[in-house]
Design a protein around this ligand. Sequence first.
Ligand SMILES: C[S@@+](CC[C@H](N)C(=O)[O-])C[C@H]1O[C@@H](n2cnc3c(N)ncnc32)[C@H](O)[C@@H]1O
Length: 269
Amino acid sequence: MPGLEAHYAARDIEGRILAALRAAGLNPEQRLAPEALGALDHFHTGGMRASRELLELARIRAEDRVLDIGAGLAGPARLLVSALGCRVDCLDMSPDYCAGAALLNRLTGLDDRIDVHEGSALDLPFADDSFDIVWMQNVGMNIADKRKLYGEICRVLKPGGRYAFQEMTAGDAATTHFPLPWATDPAESFLVTADEMRSVLGESGFVAELFEDTSDVHLSRTAANAAPAAPGQLGLAVFVDDLAQKAANARRSLEEGQVRLVRGVYRVR
Ligand SMILES: C[S@@+](CC[C@H](N)C(=O)[O-])C[C@H]1O[C@@H](n2cnc3c(N)ncnc32)[C@H](O)[C@@H]1O
């Protein structure tokens, strides 16, 4: 998928992150607190607040082994480890994001509890029944083959294991405002409706514990013209090109009902 690889490329991401940390007044020579990085490393709708809410809903325990698929810079993984003490494996197809994740794991002193793997969600490099929890935020929109994706998630989960996710789904109208945070153009965006998602999850061996549409809550909580991070403030623009345009298009798509925001917790049958 060359287009998608380009979409999630960020040359010299380590240098960019270190420069951004210093500009924000953080010293990368000293151990950083994961919560100080939240504006930079939660690359999904609703940011760190959405991750905290999903953490509560997923009822993850300290002894659980967690896989974060499409983990990005691993901000959610560091939140889980610091809040719960669990172990997390992160998997992402982007070598740049994996390098950024590994750097931030080291700078926060959490690299002994988080492993970063470069790879594909459609060919998970893990044995059957490896994980108690699979976690995924704003990734499925990039993946056309939902059956294969959910089949892989089901395979690596232990019996009774849970899949906690947040995703964009298709709305009532076609998606027309590009670029979006997850896709430069329509060839990289693979949205299904919420009904289709639930139905494929069911056919893949999952039962729902929770499924909810949080589009309206999200829109009511966030300002229409939220100011981008000021110079010197941490933000996604450190590694995401055209962020202001992508964020504005995502909001417009939600407001116009072209996309919906959903989250859920499903258990392996
Ligand atoms: C919008 S970002 C979300 C990152 C992270 N989940 C977060 O919330 O901060 C989507 C991520 O999914 C990854 N991704 C997309 N398709 C993938 C695939 N087929 N296999 C593995 N990673 C994938 C991208 O490289 C990117 O890091």
